[in-house]
Design a protein around this ligand. Structure first.
Ligand code: BGC
Length: 258
């Protein structure tokens, strides 16, 4: 099965067709800068351009950098407040002219890493963290995802953690590797106290330079490994989410609802 994966990020929107059985991209990915302001119509227009430029007909998976339940975007800390409460599934399926599935970006990257990357075969508690414009999280046990965790927003020293330890915070405050790694280390200590993961997978663009900072993370019990799919994890996970049984259930309709 093939699906188009689209990864909406704070700085760029990337897409490629994916073979969901192997996790391989079927064509070179394309990237368009995220429109500013990142209003829904403008982002939907980029989704349309990308779908058209691959002449795509078939399922489309789309990641979003915020909480997504049943196609509705619930938060958008690094885009525009206009997304809050919006039926992004409906907006994007019209733009793409194809059925779409929308999910959180870190959840998508985590699912891809657990299937084809650094988390393959891991049964314990695994936490994937993406360091980019914000900090995204995806939590697994026995390979099953708990969708929409938001561990980038725990409070450290009175601040939202991602404002101190994301890749953007490093750039914004011009932090050295040592100084930034110290902040990430402090963040991971909090996370470890809350979740006791067996494995932490660190992803996002900055994981490409993991040799500069991962060795500086000291005293964390969990194993820490860089993501192996790097920048493609979101695209691959988005495409996988279009397959029945792979997408996280965020509808809330399947339980007894007490
Ligand atoms: C958002 C998350 C998202 C992460 C990475 C955070 O600010 O709250 O939902 O996964 O950024 O984009």
């Amino acid at each position: 099965m093939h699906a188009l994966g689209i990864d909406i990020g704070g700085s760029g929107i990337k897409a490629a067709p994916v073979d969901v059985a192997t996790g391989k991209l079927l064509a070179e990915r394309q990237k368009i800068a995220t429109p500013r302001p990142a209003l829904p119509e403008a982002v939907a227009d980029v989704v349309k351009q990308l779908t058209t430029s691959f002449s795509w007909s078939g399922p489309v998976g789309i990641t979003f950098p915020g909480v997504v339940t049943d196609g509705v975007t619930r938060t958008a800390p690094n885009l525009d407040p206009a997304w809050i409460g919006l039926d992004a599934g409906a907006l994007f399926s019209q733009a793409a002219g194809n059925p779409v599935h929308v999910l959180n970006d870190a959840d998508a990257a985590g699912v891809a890493e657990m299937t084809f990357g650094a988390g393959a075969g891991e049964n314990g508690t695994v936490l994937m963290l993406t360091f980019g414009t914000g900090i995204g999280s995806a939590l697994f046990t026995r390979g099953v995802l708990v969708p929409n965790t938001e561990f980038g927003h725990i409070e450290i020293r009175g601040h939202d953690a991602e404002t101190r330890a994301s890749e953007r915070a490093k750039e914004l405050h011009d932090l050295s590797w040592g100084k930034w790694a110290g902040r990430v280390d402090e963040y991971l200590h909090h996370i470890e106290a809350l979740l006791s993961p067996n494995l932490i997978i660190v992803g996002g663009g900055i994981s490409k330079q993991s040799d500069k900072w991962v060795p500086r993370l000291t005293g964390i019990r969990a194993r820490i490994v860089p993501a192996t799919l790097l920048n493609d994890a979101g695209i691959v996970g988005a495409a996988m989410a279009t397959m029945t049984g792979t997408a996280p259930d965020t509808s809330g309709v399947s339980g007894t609802g007490h």
